[in-house]
Design a protein around this ligand. Structure first.
Ligand SMILES: Cc1cc2nc3c(=O)[nH]c(=O)nc-3n(C[C@H](O)[C@H](O)[C@H](O)COP(=O)(O)OP(=O)(O)OC[C@H]3O[C@@H](n4cnc5c(N)ncnc54)[C@H](O)[C@@H]3O)c2cc1C
Length: 470
């Protein structure tokens, strides 16, 4: 009998197993496929590698601007895919905690097939393993939600898109959230003609409205057809050259066709094969496991961590969840998941990122001050000829608390991280204005927006005027 069994080898599961091993527990980790989960094998790592290639193409086209003469860049997609899978393998070996879990004495069962419960303490796997454990931590992650319309199986998911052997001539991308926007942006850079369909009124809808507008405008300028509020999909049909999507709005029927259709309409939990009812674990309609702030499920010996809980579905949150779940499983429920500002970003072109509240949300409960600086009026983006984008900061007028930061443009994700550190450290907006951020840098824009709010609030900074030139 084990002390702790972890199901799922993504960031949540790996950190849960490592923490349990570090606490001296007899621990096993069982996972259907490769160690590293979606994060290493199918999500951020392959996406970021493709996005990097897209950036290199863009940068190569800019060389002439700086007096460097080379020919028009040409993409060899199969060579790029080889690079993607080399990177994935490298990350899996070097930075996915494998050495640490091994040295913590965790038994790792990779490629074990789907695990399922027999009773609250017993799990069997498709490969024939039977594992019994006092405590069990569920970390099976999630999977792309499929459409349920006729012909839906003709549409691919983002995973299929990474597996293509060549760049399709044209792609219909359904869903303008983070994943759909990345598929659209990356394959547009590779030369595919993209139509991006979003059912709501704006793409990247969880971002600040200014961000959605700027990303949509940049996508359109880059040649992507963006269709917000397009209606609802009725069916897909095969065509000689690919696929046709039929959709309608207010009784008007339309269709769009392309070589490939990619669906990115959200996420369901990977729980259907686990037979959770045999363990007494309750789930909601989309299969997500209900977990409280200590990550306890409805079964007293079973905890849940990562995407399977349906909360913020990102690697840093999965890592924190894994640590908390394993700690509570072994030491009693003493540690809560922290509710702190989480920087979130996406590697589209242009990049976008956020931390904290959007302007609309902030206005609901605060008297706010905002400042926005466009990249075209800051030094480093001008030097690098990366002038698309802006940084917007939101603060509370009374408490001077930084409530949110929203960035579009080069290094947006890195800029929002610095704002997140300031927020996590409870810096007031005028404290941030006094940090002498390096010049000329992208992050320097934070000094400028925080100094603008400081002036609006009539706070005293001896040297605040110095920021004007950043
Ligand atoms: C295209 C894309 C881009 C993304 N980009 C980012 C990003 O830039 N930054 C970021 O922070 N996050 C990003 N994410 C999200 C991130 O990948 C997830 O939040 C993270 O991987 C969740 O970790 P997890 O451990 O909960 O689950 P996963 O990483 O999904 O791992 C779960 C593991 O459990 C296994 N499993 C499932 N069911 C069973 C079963 N019955 N038995 C045994 N094993 C099972 C799965 O095979 C998998 O290996 C992205 C996701 C996608 C799809």
């Amino acid at each position: 009998m084990l002390d702790v069994l972890v199901i799922g080898g993504g960031p949540a599961g790996v950190v849960a197993a490592l923490r349990a091993g570090d606490l001296g527990a007899r621990t096993a980790l069982v996972t259907e496929g490769e160690f590293g989960g979606m994060a290493a094998n199918d999500g951020p790592v392959p996406v970021r590698t493709l996005a990097h290639a897209a950036r290199l193409l863009r940068d190569a086209r800019q060389l002439g601007h700086y007096g460097i003469q080379v020919g028009e860049p040409r993409l060899d997609y199969s060579q790029l895919l080889k690079r993607v899978w080399d990177v994935v393998a490298d990350v899996r070996v070097h930075s996915a905690f494998r050495t640490q879990t091994d040295s913590a004495g965790v038994q790792v069962h990779e490629n074990a097939g789907a695990a399922r419960f027999v009773d609250p303490h017993t799990v069997v796997t498709a490969s024939g393993l039977t594992l019994q454990s006092d405590k069990i931590i569920l970390c099976p992650g999630g999977a792309s939600r499929r459409l349920s319309v006729p012909g839906a199986d003709l549409a691919a998911t983002h995973s299929d898109a990474w597996g293509l052997s060549s760049v399709p001539e044209s792609i219909i991308v359904i869903g303008g959230g983070a994943t759909g926007a990345q598929v659209a942006s990356v394959f547009n850079a590779f030369g595919a003609k993209i139509q991006l369909f979003q059912s709501g009124p704006r793409i990247v809808p969880t971002e600040d409205e200014d961000v959605s507008a700027a990303v949509a405008a940049a996508f359109r300028e880059a040649g992507i057809v963006v269709r917000e509020d397009f209606g609802s999909i009725e069916s897909f049909e095969k065509t000689p050259a690919g696929v046709r999507m039929h959709f309608s709005k207010n009784g008007e029927h339309e269709s769009a066709q392309a070589t490939l259709a990619v669906v990115a309409i959200g996420w369901v939990a990977n729980t259907c094969e686990l037979e959770l009812s045999k363990a007494g674990v309750e789930t909601n309609a989309r299969g997500f496991v209900g977990a409280d702030e200590f990550l306890r499920t409805t079964a007293s010996n079973i905890f849940a961590a990562g995407d399977v809980t349906g909360r913020l579905m990102l690697v840093p949150q999965a890592i924190q969840d894994g640590f908390v779940a394993a700690t509570n499983a072994l030491k009693g429920s003493s540690m809560k998941v922290l509710d702190q500002p989480a920087p979130i970003g996406s590697f589209t072109d242009p990049e976008y990122a956020q931390v904290g509240l959007t302007e609309t949300k902030a206005r609901e409960n605060h008297n706010i001050a905002t400042a926005r600086v466009d990249f075209k009026s800051t030094t480093r983006p001008i030097i690098d000829d990366r002038t698309t984008g802006f940084c917007k900061l939101i603060a509370d007028r009374t408490t001077r608390e930084i409530l949110g930061c929203h960035v579009v443009g080069e290094r947006a994700v890195e800029i929002s991280q610095i704002a997140a550190v300031a927020m996590a450290g409870n810096m007031r907006v005028d404290d941030l204005a006094q940090v002498p951020l390096s010049f000329p840098t992208y992050a320097g824009v934070l000094g400028r927006v925080s100094a603008m709010i400081t002036r609006q609030l009539n706070l005293n900074l001896d040297w605040q005027g110095n920021r004007a030139g950043v």
